[in-house]
Structure formats: C-alpha cells, structure tokens
Design a binder for this molecule. Structure first.
Ligand code: URA
Length: 205
C-alpha cells in the first residue's frame, strides 16, 4: 500500500460511486455491518474530512459523523467557525468493524487489509471532489491518504503540501480518541488543539 496517487481522469458520477461502494464485497466487513456509509457533502467542496470508519450510530443511520465522535467534531468545527455544509465528510473505511459483547457492538479499529480494500473508494472520492485540502483524523485516515510511512505523532497539526496532487494534507487527532480520554485536562487540551487545527480550514474555504 502506497500514498494515494490520483489518476488524471476517473469516470463516473458521485451517484455511481455511491452505488459501487454500497455493492462492495472487497473485504469481510460487509458481512456484519448494516450498510456501507458513503461520503456526504458538496461535490464541489474545497475541503474533505477523512475519518476512520463509521461507528455504531453511523452504521445504523447510513451517514458519517452522526454519533458521539461526530458530535464532538461538529462542536469543534462550530468553535473553529467552519460550517459542516461546506465540507465533504467521509471515512477511510466504509463499513463498521466491531465485535459483539452481549447486546453491544464494540468498535474495533480497521486492519491494514480493510484500509487497503477501501482505498480505491477514497481515491475516487478525491478524484471527483478535487479538494484543495484533505484533513485526516487519526492514524487510519492518515494511512489511507499518505501510506504507511507517515507517523501520526510526527505529522499531526502540520500542513503538508502534496506537490503534484493538487491538495494539501493536514492530520489531526481523531475525536473518538479525545472522547476516550474522558473528562480530563488532557482531553480539553486535545479538544482545543483539534479546534486550532480545524480553524486552518478557513484559509481554504
Ligand atoms: N464517525 C464516522 O463517521 N467516522 C469516524 O471516524 C468516527 C465516527
């Protein structure tokens, strides 16, 4: 798996892409998930946000970022002065990966094989939307966009120009990770860092 390289021309519309993603059988995750969760937002968006994968609520609703992590993200976007409606929101992996514990579905991070299987969909989304800025949230999104060489701790918060690709890349902490820190001072510091990072979006809109 290598960094994303976009082909000059990728045929098909967003509607066709959504149909193809919903029909995807490239990995085992589709066996258990309720549905594939496709990206959402204007096809002309200048900024694309890439999360990890749908969570429990996204899997049921069929929409990205509607659960607790999404709510944290939306609050941070609001504090950063960025409207959700201006952004194209998607995930590195389109199906929910989980284990079952009684009646609860417990999130499991996607494996490298799931990220690789889903990478063609992300490539097509990038080719169709042509964002000026891609914001990756967390290590899975970073790997899907940049390949395995970049480490989250090295690139987090730093805007990286991808000469030749047509977009810059900004990697920020994943909101689920901030939620897992609980109501702590560290969580609040990380939330403020996420807001500061997201406020860079305004320079592109
Ligand atoms: N919801 C999403 O759609 N993606 C994430 O990465 C987390 C929550």
């Amino acid at each position: 798996q290598s960094a994303i390289t976009i082909q000059a021309h990728v045929p098909g519309s967003m509607t066709e892409l959504a149909q193809d993603i919903r029909a995807c059988r490239a990995c085992s995750l589709q066996c258990h998930a309720t549905q594939a969760v496709v990206g959402e937002g204007p096809e002309t968006a200048k900024v694309m946000i890439v999360g990890e994968q749908p969570g429990d609520q996204e899997d049921l609703a069929g929409r990205p970022f509607v659960g607790p992590a999404g709510q944290l993200l939306m609050g941070c976007l609001e504090e950063a002065g960025v409207a959700r409606e201006a952004l194209y929101l998607t995930n590195a992996v389109k199906h929910f990966r989980f284990t079952v514990n009684g009646r609860r579905r417990i999130h499991q991070a996607p494996g490298v094989e799931h990220i690789s299987a889903c990478q063609p969909w992300l490539k097509r989304e990038i080719a169709l939307v042509k964002p000026k800025l891609i914001v990756s949230l967390g290590a899975t999104a970073l790997r899907a966009v940049s390949g395995p060489s970049d480490r989250l701790k090295d690139v987090r918060g730093t805007l990286q120009e991808h000469a030749g690709e047509g977009w810059a890349h900004l990697t920020l902490a994943h909101p689920s990770w901030i939620l897992r820190l609980g109501p702590t001072d560290q969580a609040e510091r990380e939330r403020q860092a996420l807001i500061a990072g997201l406020s860079k979006i305004k320079g592109v809109l």
